[in-house]
Design a protein around this ligand. Structure first.
Ligand code: 4NP
Length: 155
């Protein structure tokens, strides 16, 4: 990470389905757009630390050309609130957890991912206990939000 780079962190519960999908999709789209950003993802809970993204997330994303290479689950840390400029939560539960974990001086950085898809207050639903359709919905919502976020960053 360089001092000039805007740093964006995507956050879900487990950091194996939604937020690594957001990291992979947004990194691809940011590169295509020629934006030089620092991009990462993390989970609010530590069930799967060190694991690669869920195979079902990888299958859905790879089918559309996104790479999950090198991604490994980690938990949100105290330093993340200082380090990142924007911290995007996949749902209200993650958003509330992030707010509770952090000093109020950082709360302006914490937002819902789908705000950038023009879907105010809506959530990227947790696909973990569902089927393939849920993973495809996650991907589609994340693509929409990523496009919106890139448009915002270009302004
Ligand atoms: P994620 O999905 O928050 O999108 O990574 C989940 C992954 C794991 C669990 C729940 C949600 N879990 O309960 O282990």
């Amino acid at each position: 990470m360089t001092t000039q780079q805007t740093a964006i962190l995507f956050v879900c519960l487990g950091n194996i389905c939604r937020s690594p999908t957001a990291e992979a999709v947004f990194r691809h789209k940011a590169e295509e757009a020629g934006l030089n950003l620092f991009i990462d993802s993390a989970g609010t809970h530590g069930y799967h630390i060190g694991s690669p993204p869920d195979n079902r997330s990888q299958a859905a994303g790879q089918a559309l050309g996104y790479s999950f290479k090198g991604l490994k689950c980690r938990r949100v840390s105290d330093e993340d609130f200082e380090k990142f400029d924007l911290i995007l939560a996949m749902d209200h539960s993650n958003l509330n957890n992030l707010r509770e974990m952090s000093d109020p001086v950082y709360h302006h950085k914490i937002k819902l991912m789908l705000d950038y898809a023009g879907l105010k207050d809506e959530e990227v639903p947790d696909p973990y206990y569902g089927g393939k359709k849920g993973f495809e919905l996650v991907l589609s919502l994340i693509e929409q939000a990523s496009d919106g976020l890139i448009a915002t960053l270009r302004k």
